[in-house]
Design a protein around this ligand. Structure first.
Ligand code: ADP
Ligand code: MG
Length: 882
């Protein structure tokens, strides 16, 4: 059923779909939800567990191991073959567990970003989850919104939509409501329709949902888009490449070692199996998966702290963030606007009481008596507040309900507080045209007709309103505004008067209707969070469209700025850019409050901060914040923000709270540390084994391990511990350190030093012990190997504890931060001890039980690794070593 809705008039469309401008009745909605299902696209197919499991076998290393198993089968050592096969399967199972956990987290996150829709149902404006839309619903569109379904537009107010995703056309499309008379093939030309998944850049409109879910134009092509977001973050790509380079190096080393072995008279078969085992142990094949797991754990921990990660690199980037440029309204403050002061055009002050979006509270004059509607100038001010308004607020059976911009809702509450409902001011009024609020204009307006006369109200930022007023009123306006703003009030002015035509250009001089002071309380946690950032070496700046005085008053309460020198306004910014553009970035140094800035300036500020060497995170919620979010290193959108901002951002803060950004930074630093710890652990133990074997071969000693022993070693020492490290909780002290330098890679000085130190130490001590066991004590070979195996397992298991922090002493890193790791270490240690008693394992691995006297020597010897790494950390803390 392909109805060419674009050829129908809005009225015909509504009739066809059984709807009306008042929207569907609730029973009808329920029926249609049954009939059409949820308005959503099918989930991209998730890999099944079996697919993930089979995927584990797709690696060259596994092929080599399988070959080794087959060869040992033919060489008559069936036990070895069975053992190798079980190693392969166990590895695959571990890999499957890790990868499916990561997959699960990723898909859980995708479901946390919900799209809301505003609809009119049974004559009431309501906000619903976009999934609940049905064909026939009356849908409202506004700037920044993602169009929730296909809509035949019925009334358009400068609606501009970006449809690149659907049509490939990157230029925004202006929409209209008139029916098209001819056949139009291309979607881009059906200008009276808005399509699901496209974004509203500007304007407002309402229309009728023509199709939802899979029936939409987007639904028809969804399959071809489904797999587009599985991109691996750069850090993981770098580590993939790194792991493959290491593999090649290890293989070359193995061939060289094999050469030495052959020269020493080893059998070819033995060399082959042994070298495969060396390669498997030394190659950090678990690295890529382990790192994926770290990131996935990091993102789910962030989600618990209200930070949703949309692009994984942001997790890595948060750790090096040096500047957070935050919105004021809603992020540092609660965005619970309440009107507390009114100033009438004659200069009279009125006080307003009451909290929240409801009608309780009172408007009183300076004498304390309730302001009567008959008070001169009072009624026009209220009418302006109610008419020039895009929100709704009403008392229903289930309490006060509202939709729309908090400022607008707060103004509607005024009417109730004056003792009437907003509808009171609408009698006899016919609205001709709304001029919707866009933050780059900083005002909204309404043309209406009352008793035959064409009139206009506008409300907005003081400077914008002042331009329209006679000079005498401008003076009053500025004087009153300054006083209110200094007290931290948000100030909005209203003005209006009769006009000749419905057109913003050529408006006659208007007259002031009043000034409104709103309070938007600080978020309780914001102050502490700002301080925490400052302690962590992160500068915090406020970027706001609000008045400089208001912004400064709030910044001072937050401890974000102390002096007026730290404040700069959009006007001053524009001046600098005009007169001395070269020093723009320079002039921003030391500024922490950017007030009355336009969205475009916000982007320029971000770029200048970057130029000053900052690693910038910036928050945004509006449609036109997208460029700034894109320009920043890390764009952060607010959960209540527009869909467009959320789509552009790399993080979403679900509770809009600045404190959550701080939490995100902390988790980002934890995650980065955990990544480093895993790399450190896997590489140092692998290198130690390789080094030990190379030394014994070169020195002509007996080989310390046989092939299967090496494979076993790899499994019991790395198999679980690497994931264990991924669960490390992290220590709040990371927030006392300065941010990591953005250009610094994983393999910095510290990493290289600690890697070499620990690898050389482990290899050295095992080499000495091996020499004593075989050349001094002349132990029987099977027992000597069993002893050395035990030492190696102990060393590596102990060393994992060193790897929990690169800087802090292991005695200051409480075990309760990572019970999983402790359990992993104990399990692997017990497993290894048990192996020498379990018949099949003991024979295949040629393991013998260790005597009590040997334990007494092995454990202290292995513990030296603690001493070595602790001394290294201590010297670095004392700054003896860098
Ligand atoms: P912020 O950066 O604090 O979010 P906004 O861009 O929302 O600032 O607001 C900037 C200015 O625009 C405010 O100081 C106010 O004067 C005006 N303003 C804000 N909301 C509205 C609205 N709904 N209608 C008219 N003017 C508004
Ligand atoms: Mg705002």
């Amino acid at each position: 059923m392909l109805t060419p809705w674009y050829k129908f008039t809005p009225e015909e469309t509504m009739k066809q779909l059984g709807s009306s401008p008042e929207g569907l009745r609730m029973q009808e909605v329920a029926i249609r939800q049954q009939q059409y299902g949820l308005n959503k696209l099918p989930e991209p197919k998730r890999k099944t567990l079996l697919q993930i499991f089979l995927g584990q076998f797709l690696s060259p290393l596994i092929y080599v191991l399988i070959a080794a198993a087959v060869i040992s089968l033919f060489a008559g050592t069936a036990g070895d073959a069975a053992f190798i096969m079980s190693i392969i399967v166990i590895n695959a199972l571990l890999g499957t567990w890790q990868e499916s956990k990561a997959e699960y987290n990723a898909s859980a996150l995708r479901n946390m970003v919900r799209v809301r829709a505003r609809v009119r149902r049974a004559g009431q404006m309501v906000e619903i989850d976009a999934q609940e839309l049905v064909p026939g619903d009356v849908v409202l569109l506004e700037s920044g919104m993602k169009v929730p379904c296909d809509v035949r537009l019925a009334q358009v107010n400068e609606l501009t939509v970006e449809e690149a995703l659907l049509t490939g056309e990157s230029l925004p499309v202006m929409k209209q409501e008139a029916a098209l008379s001819h056949e139009v093939q291309s979607l881009g030309d059906r200008v009276n329709m808005a399509f699901a998944a496209t974004t509203v850049l500007k304007g407002r409109a309402w229309g009728v949902a023509t199709s939802t879910g899979i029936q939409t134009e987007m639904g028809k092509i969804a399959d071809s888009l489904a797999s587009s977001y599985a991109e691996r973050p750069p850090l993981l790509q770098r580590m993939d490449r790194f792991a493959s380079t290491i593999s090649k190096v290890v293989l070359v080393v193995c061939v060289l070692l094999g050469g030495i072995g052959w020269w020493r008279g080893m059998e070819v078969m033995e060399i082959f199996l042994f070298m495969i085992a060396v390669a498997v142990s030394a190659i950090p094949e678990g690295l890529p998966v382990a790192l994926t797991v770290v990131l996935s754990i990091g993102t789910s921990r962030m989600a618990k702290r209200n930070v949703i990660v949309r692009r994984l690199p942001a997790v890595e980037g948060l750790g090096s963030c040096t500047m957070i440029a935050s919105d004021k309204t809603g992020t540092l403050t609660m965005d619970q606007q309440s009107v507390q002061a009114l100033v009438l055009p004659d200069g009279q002050h009125l006080d307003v009481t009451g909290q929240g979006y409801n009608g309780s509270g009172q408007i009183s004059t300076s004498t304390g008596s309730p302001a009567a509607l008959t008070l001169p100038h009072f009624q026009p001010l209220l009418q302006a507040a109610v008419l020039c308004n895009e929100a709704s607020l009403q008392l229903t059976a289930s309490g006060w309900e509202y939709t729309g911009d908090p400022v607008d809702v707060a103004l509607l509450a005024l009417a109730y507080k004056a003792g009437v409902s907003p509808a009171y001011f609408l009698t006899g009024v016919e609205v001709e045209k709304m001029v919707p609020y866009e933050s780059e204009n900083k005002f909204s307006g309404v043309f209406y007709r009352q008793q035959g006369e064409l009139c206009f109200w506008m409300k907005g930022a003081v400077e914008v309103i002042a331009e329209k007023l006679p000079p005498a009123q401008q003076g009053l306006l500025f004087q009153k505004t300054e006083a209110l703003a200094k007290m931290g009030f948000r100030v909005i002015a209203l003005a209006g008067g009769p006009v000749r035509e419905v057109h913003l250009e050529g408006l006659p001089e208007l007259s002031l209707a009043g000034i409104i002071g709103l309070i938007d309380p600080l978020r309780e946690e914001a102050k502490a969070a700002v301080q925490e950032c400052q302690a962590a070496g992160i500068e915090v700046a406020m970027v706001t469209g609000d008045h400089p005085e208001t912004a400064f008053a709030i910044a001072r309460q937050l401890g974000l700025a102390q002096t007026a020198q730290e404040v700069i306004s959009g006007k001053e910014l524009a001046q600098i850019q005009e007169q001395q553009p070269a020093s723009f970035a320079q002039m921003l140094k030391g500024k922490h409050v950017f007030a009355r800035v336009t969205p475009l300036q916000k982007k320029e500020i971000v770029e200048a901060l970057k130029e000053n060497g900052h690693f910038v995170a910036v928050t945004g919620d509006g449609a036109n914040d997208a460029p700034a979010l894109k320009a920043a290193h890390i764009g952060i959108a607010m959960g209540s923000g527009t869909d467009l901002a959320k789509d552009t951002a790399s993080l979403i803060i679900t509770d809009n709270n600045f404190a959550s950004i701080t939490a995100g930074v902390e988790e980002g630093r934890f995650t980065y540390n955990n990544l480093r710890n895993i790399i450190y652990m896997l590489l140092s133990t692998g290198a130690a084994e390789l080094l030990l074997i190379a030394c014994t071969l070169i020195l002509g000693l007996e080989l310390p391990f046989i092939a299967v022993q090496l494979l076993w070693l790899n499994l019991v020492t790395n198999g679980i511990q690497d994931v264990g490290l991924a669960f490390e909780k992290g220590d709040a002290s990371v927030m006392k350190l300065p941010p990591r330098k953005p250009e610094e890679g994983i393999f910095n000085q510290l990493m290289i030093k600690q890697l070499l130190l620990s690898a050389v130490f482990i290899a050295g001590i095992t080499l000495v012990v091996w020499y004593i066991l075989t050349e001094v004590n002349h132990l029987e070979m099977a027992h000597a190997r069993s002893t050395l195996m035990m030492l190696m397992v102990l060393l590596q298991n102990f060393h994992v504890l060193n790897c929990r922090s690169e800087t802090k002493s292991l005695f200051k890193t409480p075990l309760r931060n990572n019970y999983l790791l402790v359990a992993g270490i104990l399990t692997s240690q017990l497993l290894h001890i048990a192996a020498s008693y379990i018949p099949f394992l003991a024979t295949t691995l040629q393991l013998e039980p260790i005597y009590f006297e040997e334990w007494l020597k092995l454990v202290p010897t292995a513990m030296i690794i603690f001493v070595v790494m602790e001394v290294f950390k201590w010297l670095r803390r004392q700054r003896v070593l860098s």
